[in-house]
Design a protein around this ligand. Structure first.
Ligand code: NAD
Length: 250
């Protein structure tokens, strides 16, 4: 990945931060954006480019891409879990925000990135979707709908941008050990009246491997998808999730 110019959205922490570090380790020039300025400290310390940017805000996204001096790889990673609860109790404003960050954000960043990728003679886009982008996910309708949308965007843009040498793939992480999953488990426990331990055991039972994944394992797949080794891989949706068989936890 030497000298590749890479943007990772929502890259201040979690999976995005692992992706940013993996690209940098391979010699890439990494620019990290995050809506939370406080999350960008470690990226600044390592000398990465940084921008405070809400990917759901068209003005923020335009400013981010205007600052770049070229681009080879875009990783649309920024995402939020959205509300947990039955569909008839979902607040329309929370629906809108979940779709805005997880789906519209990827559209806005891709729209701004494509002229730069064309200018570089081609490149790669990886969308961080979810197993909720290929399976139903009870009590998480806004998130599942947004991630299915992101998979649809991936398949469509692989066709539309293939002739320009721009490859577009999605990576579907399974539940990742970490802070975000703790929040997801706590919200689901509160919504269903079960204990967090029960909900956690349900998540572990969903996968063939019976294990959570690590951010580094997801990052390795993303870097490979953007490398010359994956030169003929586009339009694919790669689960890095121990094979999620279902998203039912009961
Ligand atoms: P995280 O909450 O740990 O980190 C997400 C980062 O994105 C944070 O730094 C946050 O400030 C930033 N962010 C949030 N909204 C933003 C916005 N509007 N604009 C820019 N930045 C924003 O989450 P994570 O677990 O690292 O998740 C990363 C991606 O992986 C998301 O798209 C998520 O849906 C997906 N995913 C995560 C899991 C999991 O178990 N953690 C599973 C499947 C898919």
């Amino acid at each position: 990945m030497s000298e590749q110019r890479v943007v990772v959205t929502g890259g201040g922490r979690g999976i995005g931060w692992a992706i940013a570090q993996a690209f940098a380790t391979g010699g890439a020039r990494v620019h990290v954006c995050d809506v939370d300025d406080g999350a960008l400290g470690p990226a600044r310390q390592l000398g990465f480019g940084t921008s405070v940017c809400d990917v759901a805000d068209a003005g923020d996204v335009a400013a981010l891409f205007a600052r770049l001096d070229g681009l080879d790889v875009l990783v649309n990673n920024a995402g939020i879990a959205g509300p947990t609860g039955p569909v008839d109790e979902v607040d329309p404003a929370e629906w809108d925000r979940t779709v805005a960050v997880n789906l519209t954000g990827a559209f806005l960043c891709t729209r701004a990135a494509v002229p730069l990728l064309r200018g570089a003679g081609g490149g790669a886009i990886v969308n961080i979707a979810s197993s909720a982008g290929v399976l139903g996910y009870p009590l998480r309708a806004p998130y599942a709908a947004a991630k299915w949308g992101l998979v649809g965007l991936t398949k469509t843009l692989a066709m539309e941008l293939g002739p320009a040498g721009i490859r577009v793939n999605a990576v579907n992480p399974g539940p990742v050990e970490g802070e975000r999953m703790q929040r997801v488990i706590a919200a689901e426990a509160a919504a269903t009246g079960r204990s967090p331990d029960e909900v956690r055991a349900g998540y572990l039972a969903q996968t063939s491997l019976g294990a959570f994944v690590t951010p580094a394992e997801i990052a390795a797949a993303v870097v490979w998808l953007c490398s010359p080794a994956a030169a003929k891989v586009t339009g694919q949706v790669l689960g890095v999730d121990g094979n999620t068989e279902t998203l039912r936890t009961t």
